[in-house]
Write a protein that binds this ligand. Sequence first.
Ligand code: ADP
Ligand code: F6P
Length: 323
Amino acid sequence: MAKEINTIGVLTSGGDAPGMNAAIRAVVRQAISKGKKVKGIKRGYAGLLNEEIIDMDAKSVSDTISRGGTILQTARCMEFVTAEGQQKGAEICKKHGIDGIIVIGGDGSFQGAQKLANLGINTVGVPGTIDLDIACTDYTIGFDTAINTAMEAIDKIRDTSTSHERCSIIEVMGRGAGHIALWCGLANGAEDILLPEKYDFDEQKLIDHIIENRKRGKQHHIIINAEGIGHSQSMAKRIEAATGVETRAAILGHMQRGGSPTCKDRVYATTMGAYAVDILCEGKSNRVVAHKNGDFVDFDIDEALAMKKGVPEYMFAISKSLV
Ligand code: ADP
Ligand code: F6P
């Protein structure tokens, strides 16, 4: 028989993402609508181990849907990667009467949820990361806000790059994945996009491309470089020396993780948060919520973590033909 869920815990873990508050709000209010109690766990798994656990009611999430960051705070916690830490976490859940936990975060956070599920605490993961790097889902909360923030910043850099007839290397986040770089590269009409999934580290090709474009009369050369490749500053120095074109590097950094979530992020976060409560209350555990082929669905966490995701080939191909 499925375990009865009376009290639901919710935490955010790993890098924050715009829309996490909308997800927390949906979890709290959907749970209350089903007659459940909700406990907010502050600072991810670190807060669980420190018993930073608060009661949440409908009012505790008022005025949060439009706010960036996470009202529960987030953290990375090495102690929770150990078997002892996980055992302690499960015992703390039992002590506080938490029957199931909703974990809003990325793949790393889902590994933590998987461990708790194995120790008898029902868990559901909600994909929250700007990186879009969770293989089982077509969408992760925060991606849309991050790419729009980055796109606007890149537009501004492009203006000054054109005025000065420079080459600009703009580094965007994404950890080991190139989704943010690919989307911004297309949205900003970049001359080159360097993705960890595709880059062959042949800098001469880049240099030849800049020289060829200069001959064609292009006034700027925008290179979107993914964080997974990195080294934008040293790359700029080498490119300037080889091409004679003044080159500057800009690393957009954490601005990409902040700001009020877009409509898309609020709606996905709200739907995924409510969906997580629904399946937890049905007695499901060790699941991750996903948006796949237009539908909201859920996968077994073990299967989800084993899936692989690349960048869309056609989008990458046209980034080369449209310059
Ligand atoms: P994300 O969830 O964004 O991928 P991280 O990879 O930093 O972020 O993971 C967030 C947290 O999840 C870690 O700090 C740790 O507490 C927990 N975690 C990561 N990997 C594991 C693991 N193998 N077992 C248990 N917990 C893990
Ligand atoms: O996972 C989100 C992310 O912003 C990645 O794009 C980036 O690699 C990482 O987190 C940065 O983490 P931190 O906030 O610890 O610098």
